[in-house]
Design a binder for this molecule. Structure first.
Ligand SMILES: NC(=O)c1ccc[n+]([C@@H]2O[C@H](COP(=O)([O-])OP(=O)(O)OC[C@H]3O[C@@H](n4cnc5c(N)ncnc54)[C@H](OP(=O)(O)O)[C@@H]3O)[C@@H](O)[C@H]2O)c1
Length: 163
């Protein structure tokens, strides 16, 4: 399992309703990395997507504790065990965890790598949701792209692995 995330300098990821930055180059990267794969997200992240709709060209799994929750084109799981059973039944070995804060936190122990887009500038929006600080947890940054510049922001695509 792999997480993919875009973070501010202090590992902020959102304000609860949306993301902190609008970076088309990062959205393109996200699409390229996850296309054709299974993505796992929390119910709040699903609500933050355009129209609350699943991401096209990917198998979408949503975690919620709401037993009545149903949406077209979405697999629903109510806890970790159900998620593990579903992934096994689907034969899915390399799913992507795509957020948000609660789900990243919950599934980090099952991830062997994380694709982290690191933005250098502080966001204009105050972040209230955070990704675990991988540096503090002893993870190693083993790949990093050249500095990308766009919309007055600078960022790198990085990959982190467990120590
Ligand atoms: N920067 C990025 O790359 C990135 C990526 C994705 C999201 N985000 C941001 O992250 C924020 C949302 O994150 P969040 O932490 O508030 O919400 P979230 O992780 O997207 O979803 C939380 C919801 O997931 C369900 N859930 C959590 N733990 C569960 C469990 N153990 N079993 C079953 N269901 C479980 C619950 O749904 P119910 O309440 O329905 O029970 C819970 O309310 C937004 O601001 C979004 O824009 C940023």
């Amino acid at each position: 399992m792999k997480s993919i995330v875009c973070v501010s300098p202090d590992w902020g990821i959102g304000d609860g309703a949306g993301m902190l930055y609008h970076i088309p180059g990062d959205l393109k990267y996200f699409k390229e990395q996850t296309a054709g794969h299974t993505v796992i997200m929390g119910r709040k992240t699903l609500e933050s997507l355009p129209g609350g709709k699943p991401l096209p060209k990917r198998r979408n799994i949503v975690l919620t504790r709401d037993r009545r929750f149903r949406r077209p084109g979405i697999y629903v799981c109510h806890d970790l065990q159900e998620l593990q059973e579903l992934l096994a039944a689907l034969g899915e070995e390399e799913p992507f965890v795509i957020g948000g804060g609660e789900i990243y936190q919950m599934l980090l122990p099952f991830c062997d790598s994380c694709l982290v887009t690191r933005v250098k500038e502080k966001p204009e929006i105050q972040s209230t949701v955070f990704f675990p600080n991988l540096k503090d947890l002893g993870w190693k940054e083993n790949k990093k792209s050249a500095l990308q510049k766009e919309n007055g922001l600078s960022y790198r695509f990085t990959e982190w692995v467990r120590p």
